[in-house]
Design a protein around this ligand. Structure first.
Ligand code: PLP
Length: 403
C-alpha cells in the first residue's frame, strides 16, 4: 500500500481521551531521572492543586453549566466582587487575560499613540506587548539589583513630556517600591498601573498589591498564584470612571446589547473560569503561606552555596510566585539539575530590549546592564504549594552537587 496524504489509512482514529493518561504540563528539559524510577521534582503541579480542591471546583463548574451563564453574568460578577474585596479595592473588572487587563487599563486611562509608558526591561513580554497594543511607545528602565523591580532613580530619568503612565511590575511576587513611584507620578501628572500578574495576595507596607496605584492588572493563567482552567484576567481599581470604561472596553463598547457607546473589544471573562477562581480564592492566602514556608526552607537549605538567594525588601510581603536564585555558570548548573530530575525555569532569559520583535525600539546590548546580568544568572527553582520539604531538600542536594 502506498502512502498518500489523502488516503483513509493515513487518518488515524483518535483514541478515546482518558484523563488519567493526560500529559502533565512540562517544562523543557524534564529530568532524565524519570528513567531511574525517581519522579522528577515538578516545577509547578496543577494536577495536585486540582486534586486538593476537586470537590469545590467540580460543584462550581456544574452550577455554571446548569445555569448556562457562560460569558460574564452572575458567576463573573460574584467573583469580581470577591476579588475586589480581597484586593481591598472598590472595583474589579474581569477580562480574558492578564495581557487584556494591562492593555484595557491603559486604554481606560486614555493612553494611546504619541504617549510614552515606562516599564521594566526585565519583565514578561506581555507587559510591553500591552503598551504597544494600545499604540503607545514603551520606554524601558533598568532593574534595582537588590529586588529586580523597577529602579526608581532610572525611572525618574526616563520621564519626558510625552510620558503618560508608569507600569511597575511586582516581579516574582515581590512588590515594586511603590511609594516613590506613586510620588513621582503625582508630581508629573502620570497614571500608575501595577502589573500584579505575579503578585496575587502580596503586600507593600501592609497594603495589598493591586490597591497601590490608579489600577492593577492580574493574570489568572493556570500556573499563577491564583490560576484558572485556561486564560483569564482582572483589573482592580478604586476609580469608578476607569472601572466603567473598562466594562465598556471589554464588551464591544456596549453597556447593553446593540448600544455601542465607544469602540471596544471582546475581552470578557468566562463564567466557567470565574467559577474555578471563586472556588480557589478562599485558599489563596493559605497557599501563599505555604509558598513562603517553602521559600524559608530553601533559604535554610541553600545557605552556604554560591548562589544569591531572593531578597525580600523590608516593605514587601513576598508571595513567591517564583523562587529565583542567581547562580554563576547558570546554564551548566541548570543542565545538572535537569539531569538530577529537578525541573527549573528562567524568567526571563532575554530582556525585553533584546527581543527581536522590539528591534525597532532602538535599544542596544548594554543599555540595561542589571537586566542583562540578571538574564544570564537567574534560575527559577520548583515552587508550588504541593512541593514537600523532601522535594526542597532534593533540589538543595542537587544544587550542592552541581558546585
Ligand atoms: C503572566 C504575566 C502577564 C500576562 O498574563 P497573561 O494572562 O498570560 O496574558 C503579564 N505580566 C506578567 C509580569 C506576567 O507574569
Amino acid at each position: 500500500m502506498t502512502m498518500s496524504s489523502g488516503s483513509a489509512e493515513s487518518v488515524a482514529t483518535p483514541a478515546p481521551f482518558r484523563p488519567d493518561e493526560a500529559m502533565p504540563l512540562r517544562q523543557p528539559g524534564v529530568g532524565r531521572a524519570a528513567a531511574t524510577g525517581v519522579p522528577p521534582v515538578r516545577f509547578v503541579d496543577l494536577q495536585a492543586e486540582y486534586r486538593e480542591l476537586q470537590g469545590e471546583i467540580d460543584a462550581a463548574l456544574a452550577q455554571v453549566i446548569q445555569c448556562a451563564e457562560f460569558v460574564l453574568g452572575r458567576p463573573v460578577a460574584e467573583f469580581e466582587n470577591a476579588f475586589a474585596r480581597y484586593c481591598e479595592t472598590a472595583h474589579a473588572v474581569g477580562v480574558d487575560s492578564g495581557f487584556s487587563a494591562l492593555e484595557l487599563a491603559l486604554r481606560a486611562f486614555g493612553v494611546g499613540p504619541g504617549d510614552e509608558v515606562i516599564t521594566a526591561a526585565n519583565t514578561f513580554y506581555a507587559t510591553v506587548a500591552a503598551i504597544i497594543s494600545c499604540g503607545a511607545t514603551p520606554v524601558l528602565v533598568d532593574a534595582d539589583p537588590e529586588t529586580a523591580t523597577l529602579d526608581v532613580h532610572a525611572l525618574e530619568r526616563a520621564i519626558t513630556p510625552a510620558t503618560r503612565a508608569i507600569v511597575p511590575v511586582h516581579l516574582y511576587g515581590h512588590a515594586a517600591d511603590m511609594a516613590p513611584i506613586v510620588e513621582l507620578a503625582h508630581v508629573h501628572g502620570l497614571r500608575v498601573l501595577e502589573d500584579a500578574c505575579q503578585a496575587h495576595g502580596g503586600r507593600y507596607r501592609g497594603r495589598r498589591t493591586g490597591g497601590l496605584g490608579d489600577a492593577a492588572a492580574f493574570s489568572f493563567y493556570p500556573s499563577k498564584n491564583l490560576g484558572a482552567f485556561g486564560d483569564g484576567g482582572m483589573v482592580v481599581t478604586d476609580d469608578e470612571e476607569v472601572a466603567d470604561r473598562l466594562r465598556l472596553l471589554r464588551n464591544l463598547g456596549a453597556p447593553e446589547p446593540n448600544q455601542h457607546q465607544i469602540r471596544g473589544y471582546n475581552r470578557r471573562l468566562d463564567g466557567l473560569q470565574a467559577a474555578v477562581l471563586m472556588a480557589k480564592l478562599p485558599w489563596l492566602d493559605h497557599r501563599n503561606v505555604q509558598r513562603q514556608r517553602l521559600a524559608a526552607r530553601y533559604a535554610q537549605q541553600l545557605a552556604g552555596l554560591p548562589v544569591v538567594l531572593p531578597n525580600t525588601a523590608p516593605w514587601a510581603e513576598h508571595v513567591f510566585h517564583l523562587y529565583v536564585v542567581r547562580a554563576p555558570d547558570r546554564d551548566r548548573v541548570r543542565a545538572l539539575l535537569t539531569g538530577a530530575g529537578v525541573e527549573t525555569g528562567i524568567h526571563y532569559p532575554v530582556p525585553i530590549h533584546l527581543q527581536r520583535a522590539h528591534a525597532d525600539l532602538g535599544y542596544l546590548p548594554g543599555d540595561f546592564p542589571v537586566a542583562e546580568t540578571l538574564s544570564r544568572e537567574i534560575l527559577s527553582l520548583p515552587m508550588h504549594p504541593a512541593l514537600t520539604d523532601g522535594d526542597v531538600d532534593r533540589v538543595a542536594d542537587a544544587l550542592a552537587a552541581a558546585f
